[in-house]
Design a binder for this molecule. Structure first.
Ligand SMILES: [Ca+2]
Ligand SMILES: [Ca+2]
Length: 454
């Protein structure tokens, strides 16, 4: 079953690639640049003032932006945010469900505890007279942080609880290859009591609006903690559709994922990428390699170290993805010379950064009941149609709006006619000819694609 799904995914990939510029659906939209020059915009929500509220990862500010003319005003500039070139800084943002009464706004960012880089969730109060965010209050502090795979999405569920996606900090790869990957490690009772959150990496967390552990969180290995699901790599997108929670996460050289996230579910990383099909991925525990630091990161299989086949890792709690982007066969050439040192840009992964939902009654008929995913690597959106009960992905994945940009977040307007996209200010991306580029067409921008059909 898994292998079959992989092959289908591979065929869909070939279909998607071959369609490329031939996709004419884009002709039904007009595009414009609402504004440019934001300092690494990261999250975007509809604010209570009818404007778009946008965080800047490196700028440490939250802006209120007029989606029509691009005029912006700062809601807050947060002091002492630790920023870096890729993953650190001010990330997610969300309004309290009772915002009309409480005026509470939640966000998360990287900071220093004096010794170590950490991450925290903080809430502010919106002051309508000054149109600023005031009175910060820590909700959950001391979360692990690092220079890679921070996750960072923050949303409320219909249950009134706060959900936060935490990456595994890129351990077991690149510069962090000798640090153990802890996406499977669960917190002990002693750790929870001591507020030691080091095992929260590679997890989706669920917390009360005050930051406490909800008394109906899953009990995992005998311990109830903030952990809601485990086994994630770099989950940057979370979205509720009705009662169900969906997420996207970035895979390794194959198998970015769209998941349906269920309490206590184990999403497999680092033992499984995508489906347990032994296609183009096997876990190698670098931290167990003798003299790891002296072994170059480029060594595919370090001497004396075995890889673990996906099919050998057998866990009852494993949840397979709804869809992968995309599952590559083992014979795929991951070192295509055409892409030079940026070979990863040639891989069929898309680096999903966010997702939104196009509702069943929206005016764009072809998009109804679909999940829309933004891609960092390809500067495109991917539309995934859902089954009627929304428990499965079904049908062809369609690619839209390719530009020479890294798409950081997608947000659909309430009337379903305009698709807003935030772009990174820098990075690596595929250009119009499908070749690596570091020159963004619209750095730090808010783009708008408006539907002109009927
Ligand atoms: Ca997975
Ligand atoms: Ca796999």
């Amino acid at each position: 079953m898994f292998l079959k799904k992989s092959l289908i995914s591979g065929l869909l990939l070939l279909l998607t690639l071959s369609l490329g510029s031939a996709v004419s659906a884009d002709d039904l939209f007009t595009s414009r640049v609402v504004l440019e020059g934001l300092n690494s915009p990261w999250a975007m929500i509809w604010g209570p003032d009818g404007q778009l509220w946008i965080t800047e990862r490196e700028g440490s500010r939250v802006w209120s932006v007029n989606p029509t003319n691009g005029k912006k005003s700062a809601l807050v500039e947060i002091p002492n945010v630790v920023t870096g070139p890729q993953h650190e800084g001010l990330l997610g943002l969300t309004l309290a469900p009772d915002f009309a009464q409480s005026r509470l706004v939640y966000l998360n960012y990287t900071y220093s505890d004096g010794q170590l880089e950490r991450h925290k969730i903080v809430r502010y109060t919106y002051d309508p007279s000054s149109k600023t965010l005031i009175s910060p209050q820590d909700i959950l502090t001391g979360l692990p942080a690092g220079k890679d795979h921070q996750g960072g999405r923050l949303i409320f569920g219909p249950d009134g609880m706060l959900y936060f996606s935490k990456g595994e900090l890129g351990h077991n790869q690149g510069a962090n290859r000798c640090k153990p990957n802890e996406a499977q490690r669960l917190p002990t009772a002693a750790e929870v009591k001591a507020k030691d959150y080091s095992a929260y990496v590679g997890k989706i967390l669920r917390l009360t609006p005050e930051g406490d552990i909800p008394n109906d969180n899953p009990v995992l290995k005998g311990v109830r903690s903030h952990v809601f699901t485990l086994g994630h790599r770099n989950p940057q997108g979370l979205l509720f559709i009705g009662e169900r929670l969906y997420g996207v996460e970035q895979g390794p050289s194959t198998d970015d994922e769209l998941n349906l996230l269920e309490a206590g579910g184990n999403y497999g990383w680092p033992y499984i990428a995508g489906y347990p099909d032994d296609q183009a991925y096997a876990y190698i525990n670098w931290s167990a390699v003798r003299g790891c630091e002296s072994v170059p990161a480029s060594a595919y299989l370090p001497a004396g170290q075995a890889s673990v086949k996906e099919t050998k890792w057998n866990r009852q709690d494993f949840k397979e993805p709804l869809r992968t982007f995309f599952t590559m066969p083992s014979f795929y050439n991951f070192q295509d010379a055409k892409f030079g040192a940026l070979a990863y840009l040639g891989w069929a992964t898309i680096a999903p950064s966010s997702l939104d939902y196009y509702p069943p009654n929206g005016p764009i008929k072809a998009w109804r009941n679909s999940i829309i995913i933004s891609s960092l690597k390809n500067g495109a959106l991917y539309r995934v149609p859902l089954s009627e009960d929304r428990k499965q992905a079904q049908g062809d994945i369609i690619k839209y709006f390719h530009t020479r940009n890294r798409y950081r977040q997608v947000l659909i307007s309430p009337d379903g006619l305009t698709i807003y996209i935030l772009t990174d200010k820098a990075g690596n991306v595929l250009d119009e000819n499908g070749l690596p580029s570091q020159k963004m067409a619209n750095p730090g921008a808010l783009l708008a694609f408006k539907y002109k059909g009927k």
